[in-house]
Design a protein. Structure first.
Length: 378
């Protein structure tokens, strides 16, 4: 009986230990999953910071690739994007001599199938003497790789490939984590594609040499957001249409160019000055509060409005315009005009919508009384 009791006790102890070990294992797994989620959230935050810290789209993508390599201890990581005409390596820590192979993976059958089915592809070798199917000139660099096709709104845009110098190195990797990383990459690419569009739209105005309004949302915003508070000023040459009609468009163009030149020469280089649209211009006073701008703008306004702008004799001789004699009689023979400006300013806070501030300023200028030409703070 004693032996039976001992056996029963031992069995109970073993069962208890098994239950305890299972419980501990579950807690450890739960902790690992929680820790992984926290790590993923940290990486996502790092991604968002990278978008704000760097300037161009290319810099942003390189930065997020560097974050992936550092945070997840990835040996090689390469992001390739199709730009509509060809494949481009946007970020990679692989030596550039291998880039031609890495940006042609869509032509490899196994990866073509992966793209068509939108599923990742894992490839590896069994020993050090073998090479991966897509490698042409290299043997020792990569021995295993995972290929992820990238899609934005079900549209294929390129791929992300992870590589290791060890055979079967990704055999036990948690693919769900890699899927999360891939989704984060897509999210960043989706975000920066809008910036890329804006960057491609930026032009310099033919008459003034100033950047167009799109500049404000890319490089301009990068400068403005170095400060917590800035003042955005929009002004309009409110009598430009009248000058064009009463005199000629050439004089109107000269009014635009001289005003733009005067302001550009009299503001700090750290401020952003663009031709917004037609007779409207924008000055972004980076890091300056509205109270520090009003007096300066009043001075600028007074000097511009008292200065007559005229066409020279040479410019008048170069005009090729046909107008009726009656209209000529109504014109000022010396082709001289004075500009009339309407200024409106508003405070911009870093991280808020710059486009909303500009929209508010434009609406004010377009709806205010035509005779008003004060400096208004809204």
């Amino acid at each position: 009986m004693i032996i039976v009791a001992v056996v029963v006790i031992l069995i109970c102890i073993v069962i208890g230990l098994i239950i305890y070990n299972v419980s501990i294992h579950k807690k450890i797994q739960k902790f690992k999953n929680m820790n992984q989620r926290i790590n993923n959230l940290t990486v996502v935050q790092d991604f968002m910071n990278a978008i704000g810290e760097t300037s161009t789209v290319e810099q942003k993508i390189v930065k997020i690739n560097d974050i992936l390599i550092e945070k997840y201890e990835i040996k090689y990581s390469t992001i390739v994007v199709y730009n509509g005409a060809e494949y481009e390596i946007k970020a990679s820590n692989v030596d550039k001599k291998h880039w031609n192979s890495l940006k042609a993976l869509q032509n490899i059958d196994m990866f073509r199938d992966s793209i068509e089915t939108a599923t990742p592809k894992y490839v590896t070798v069994n020993n050090e003497n073998e090479k991966l199917p897509y490698q042409q000139m290299e043997f020792g660099r990569a021995k295993s790789a995972i290929f992820f096709p990238l899609y934005i709104d079900n549209v294929y845009i390129g791929y992300w490939i992870l590589e290791s110098g060890t055979p079967h190195d990704f055999d036990n990797v948690d693919t769900t984590v890699l899927e999360v990383i891939k989704d984060n990459i897509v999210s960043v690419l989706k975000t920066v594609v809008h910036q890329k569009t804006l960057e491609s739209l930026v032009r310099k105005d033919f008459f003034t040499g100033l950047y167009s309004a799109e500049y404000l949302y890319g490089e301009g915003k990068k400068v403005i957001d170095q400060y917590t508070i800035s003042t955005i000023c929009m002004f309009k040459i409110i009598n430009l249409q009248e000058i064009n009609k009463r005199y000629c468009r050439e004089l109107g163009n000269k009014v635009i160019t001289q005003i733009a030149e005067y302001i550009r020469d009299n503001i700090s280089k750290q401020y952003i000055f663009v031709r917004y649209m037609g007779p409207k211009f924008v000055i972004a006073f980076s890091g300056v509060e509205a109270t520090g701008v009003a007096d300066f703008l009043n001075e600028i306004k007074e000097k511009i409005e008292i200065e007559p702008i005229t066409l020279t004799e040479q410019e008048k001789n170069e005009l090729i315009i046909e107008v009726k004699k009656s209209k000529k009689d109504k014109q000022n023979n010396d082709m001289t005009a004075k500009a009339k400006l309407n200024f409106v300013i508003s405070t911009y806070y870093k991280g808020t919508g710059l486009e909303e501030v500009l929209k508010k300023l434009e609406e004010y200028l377009d709806t205010t009384d035509a005779e008003e030409s004060d400096i208004t703070n809204i």
